[in-house]
Write a protein that binds this ligand. Structure first.
Ligand code: PFF
Length: 482
């Protein structure tokens, strides 16, 4: 028997689930450190422009594709076009879901690991960043530690998706998102009331334009895609559980607003504490796993703050990971008529296995390079620099040019007629941004990625020369030993 397609119980349920997908490691781990590295306020300003002018229009397009077709990304393109090219675009989304989830669970696993480390009181010895850094390196070099937490986080993700759209994703998001918000507000209050916190706020609000380059604009746009979960059909899949009476533009604005608010609040909580404790704001990806534990060690009641922070990070990552797995599950349920439970077990397990080499990239496989990068870096690069911007580009081209804009407007009008009557200019603006600005801007990011691809190709050729030489040597050795 084919299972009935589920729908969100309420619009709030959808918004919380979609905001849950958007708010994740991208907001709390990545945004603060890339803002720290790219000049604080100046970067944030460019990022906000990218979100408003490109992220929001593409988000509306993705949700609309899902709601109109009531399908996963592959099914959606199949229903509207049927051309192999567009079906491949949908398949790329499912593939991106697989790949991102496989390494996302590794980093999210560190977060659970750090809750336990905080509970054990390990952070109290961190009198300076070098001790914290060594401690972090030791943790991630420990295969049991890293694979163990990767396993635990993967099981949690599978558990929520297994329970279904209403009882798992919607219910889970309705509980986790308010807890996340509560924890973050408490951490912000703690941060801004620390003596010396104003230096952190000054860093966040006073722009250093000299740090802005073409590269920072590309980073801002790439991050805008990642943080709103665009370009791979996660929002399309969530949109496919919406009914026609829902107002898509207002839902999209609320999702983007919540995502941006959480990123900014995370920035405030982190930088006020980092500056108050005299630490380095531009310490890169180690900002929250190395610098923050030092900050916690120096704060009164640091253990409680540390546990709250890593719990917050774990919840944020979990509500995003479930949306990644849901894309893959929805595909197998809709297109292959699998039962949800079977799809969750099989593909949860496969993504977990693909994730193991990502976990090992920090220890026993750290010297194993493909195209000049570790497995983890390749997975991140392929998803964030190629599949997501590529997906975003084709989604905006499809909705802007291929689907037929009259049909697009009829679909969008369902549930949002008042917007068409009261603010026709907004609709015109959306059309222009989606048809022209988004594809051009995304193409620029994409070409930049391809530029990097060229150097990867060079590496590939060098690798082949090395592999052929090694094989020839082995052959000669074997021949000689006979
Ligand atoms: N938006 C998530 C974050 O900021 O961490 C990451 C993500 C989730 C990207 C789901 C793509 C996706 F489909």
């Amino acid at each position: 028997m084919i299972e009935q397609r589920e729908h969100w119980g309420s619009k709030a349920g959808f918004i919380l689930a979609a905001a849950g997908s958007a708010i994740g490691l991208g907001n709390i781990w990545k945004f603060p450190y890339i803002a720290g590295e790219n000049g604080g306020a100046a970067f944030i300003f460019i990022y906000l422009i990218c979100i408003a002018l490109i992220g929001l229009p593409v988000l509306i397009a993705e949700i609309l594709l899902g709601r109109s077709t009531q399908r996963n990304p592959v099914g959606a393109f199949k229903k509207l076009s049927g051309k192999p090219f567009w079906v491949t675009v949908g398949s790329m989304g499912v593939l991106a879901g697989f790949i991102i989830l496989s390494f996302y669970t590794v980093i999210a696993g560190w977060s659970i690991g750090y809750i336990i480390e905080a509970l054990r009181g390990s952070f109290s010895q961190f009198s300076d960043p070098s001790i914290a850094s060594t401690y972090f390196d030791e943790r991630v070099s420990d295969v049991n530690w890293i694979v163990g937490y990767h396993t635990l986080f993967s099981i949690l993700t599978m558990g929520v998706v297994y329970a279904g759209v209403n009882k798992g994703i919607e219910k889970g998001s309705k509980i986790m998102m308010p807890v996340l918000f509560f924890l973050l507000v408490i951490l912000v209050i703690r941060g801004v009331t620390l003596p010396g916190a104003e230096k952190g706020l000054t860093f966040l609000w006073s722009p250093d334009w000299s740090k802005i380059s073409g590269q920072s604009v590309l980073v801002a746009l790439g991050h805008a895609f990642f943080t709103i979960s665009l370009g791979m059909g996660a929002m399309m899949t969530y949109g496919s559980y919406l009914s026609k009476k829902d107002h898509i533009p207002s839902a999209a604005i609320q999702i983007v607003f919540l995502d941006t608010l959480i990123a900014l609040l995370a920035g405030i909580a982190i930088f006020t504490a980092v500056f108050a404790m005299g630490q380095d704001p531009a310490s890169g990806p180690g900002l929250i796993f190395v610098t923050l534990p030092v900050v916690f060690a120096k704060m009164p009641g640091g253990v409680v703050w540390a546990i709250s922070f890593f719990l917050l990070l774990t919840l944020a990552a979990l509500t995003s990971a479930i949306s990644l797995l849901e894309v893959v599950v929805a595909y197998f349920v809709d297109e292959r008529k699998w039962k949800r439970h079977k799809a969750v077990m099989v593909f949860g397990l496969i993504t977990f296995i693909i994730g193991v080499p990502s976990a090992l990239s920090f220890n026993i496989m750290s010297d194993v390079h493909f195209f000049g990068k570790t497995w983890f870096d390749n997975a991140d690069y392929l998803a964030s620099n190629i599949l997501l911007p590529g997906g975003g580009l084709f989604i905006s081209i499809f909705v802007g040019w291929v689907w037929g804009f009259d049909k697009v407007l009829i679909e969008l009008k369902e549930g949002s007629e008042s917007l068409f009557v009261k603010y026709p200019l907004v609709i015109k603006g959306w059309k222009i941004f989606l048809k022209y600005l988004s594809p051009v801007m995304i193409l620029i990011v994409f070409l930049h990625s391809v530029g990097l691809l060229e150097s990867a190709m060079l590496q590939f050729r060098t690798n082949w020369v090395n592999i052929s030489l090694t094989l020839t040597a082995i052959y000669l050795l074997l021949k000689g030993s006979k």
